[in-house]
Design a binder for this molecule. Structure first.
Ligand code: SF4
Ligand code: SF4
Length: 62
């Protein structure tokens, strides 16, 4: 069991809030957008969803 982490690249403004809040270092900023580079480490805490004012992040249990 794990989580699929998707960042809508059209909505993301690269603010870095998700990078700062994620306890599992899932995100990395690449070309001013957040990319979920360590999706397999996601804990499903949804902290990133709470801080993303652009509502760009979707977490799905897989
Ligand atoms: S918090 Fe949202 S808008 Fe900010 S970098 Fe992360 S995904 Fe992009
Ligand atoms: S749900 Fe939690 S662990 Fe997963 S990417 Fe978001 S902040 Fe990181």
């Amino acid at each position: 069991m794990g989580y699929e982490v998707v960042v809508d690249q059209d909505k993301c403004i690269g603010c870095g809030e998700c990078v700062d809040v994620c306890p599992a270092d899932v995100y990395e900023i690449q070309d001013e957008k957040s990319v979920p580079v360590n999706m397999e480490e996601c804990l499903g805490c949804e902290s990133c969803i709470e801080v993303c004012e652009q509502e760009a992040i979707t977490i799905t249990e897989i």
